[in-house]
Ligand binder design. Structure first.
Ligand code: GLU
Length: 304
């Protein structure tokens, strides 16, 4: 397969694809990003790297970090974890409070904010230094110790985290948050503020494409069974209340973030990352989704 040729074609098409997306502004620091940035990086298990655009520039990974947090929590707790968070698509926006009240403080899945906050709470209970552990984990799966958080984004989100604080308070009233609200919020915002490039994320996501193993050195990070489960949750819950549309158009498991990044994998084949800050009304990168749809269309392969 001539992947570089396919990526070149996608890049050409993007130049004339109209976009009505809007850069996320509810975290003020994110609104400062140049909306014209676009990067794509495809990392194939058998044939290496293909890319174009701003694929080596770091951006705020935001909710893409929820996949790493879930990976750590599943390594530490196994299936017990799913007594505190479910694995069903929510069909509601990522920061919605409505379902939580009906469902007694058990979030629908680990990728909506409520679920990710429960995962943060678990990591805080299980680890002596969760922030260090989280960064160590990211450094290990990328072989890159230079990845850090953007402290302006961290401070900016801290000032405006009323909804996440509301989610935490509601879940704590049902007994599903064990630590202090402030401590959980602080850790959650920290993990979301990590910055990585498309290229770095493609190495990190290789573990999900490669049955839980790092490509370089072959270290087993997560068992194949747990990797299968995380991929299934990415497929059904990775795109806010647009997971059905993403499956329909792209046909790969993945996870998006409000920084405009999307990470997706084709098990046994590749990890692919796109970054374009303007988001569609459901909060997913508009042109990023288009580029991934074109990738699975032009290659003729998705998981379906
Ligand atoms: N830190 C963001 C929030 O909690 C993450 C949102 C996202 O990327 O979905 O609002």
């Amino acid at each position: 397969m001539d992947y570089q040729n396919i990526l070149n074609q996608i890049q050409k098409e993007l130049a004339s694809t109209p976009s009505t997306g809007k850069v996320a502004s509810y975290i003020p620091e994110l609104a400062k990003i140049d909306a014209t940035k676009f990067g794509m990086h495809l990392h194939c298990i058998n044939s290496g790297h293909y890319n174009f655009g701003n694929n080596e520039e770091r951006f705020s990974i935001q909710s893409i970090s929820k996949v790493f947090a879930l990976t750590r929590a599943m390594s530490l707790l196994g299936d017990m974890l799913f007594e505190r968070v479910d694995v069903e698509p929510s069909g509601d926006p990522f920061n919605s409070l409505i379902q939580l009240e009906y469902e007694q403080g058990i979030p629908r899945n680990p990728f909506i904010n409520a679920g990710a906050l429960v995962i943060s709470d678990i990591l805080i209970s299980e680890l002596d230094n969760p922030k260090k552990d989280f960064l160590d984990f990211v450094h290990n799966i990328t072989n890159n110790n230079s990845i850090v958080i953007n402290s302006e984004v961290f401070e900016s989100e801290k000032k405006y985290s009323y909804r996440n604080a509301a989610l935490l308070n509601l879940m704590k009233s049902f007994g599903n948050i064990k630590n202090d609200i402030e401590t959980v919020l602080d850790f959650y915002i920290f993990q979301c503020a990590i910055e990585m490039s498309c290229k770095e994320l493609s190495t990190a996501f290789m573990i999900y494409a490669n049955q839980g193993r790092k490509l370089s050195g072959n270290e087993q990070i997560l068992s194949p069974r747990k990797t299968k489960r995380i991929n299934a949750i990415m497929q059904t819950c990775g795109f806010y209340d647009e997971a059905g549309e993403f499956s329909f158009r792209v046909g790969l498991p993945g996870k998006s973030g409000v920084g405009g990044g999307i990470a997706a994998i084709h098990p046994g084949q590749y990890a692919v990352i796109v970054w374009s800050p303007p988001l569609n009304p459901k909060g997913n990168s508009e042109l990023g989704m288009y580029a991934l749809e074109r990738l699975t269309t032009l290659t003729g392969y998705s998981i379906f």
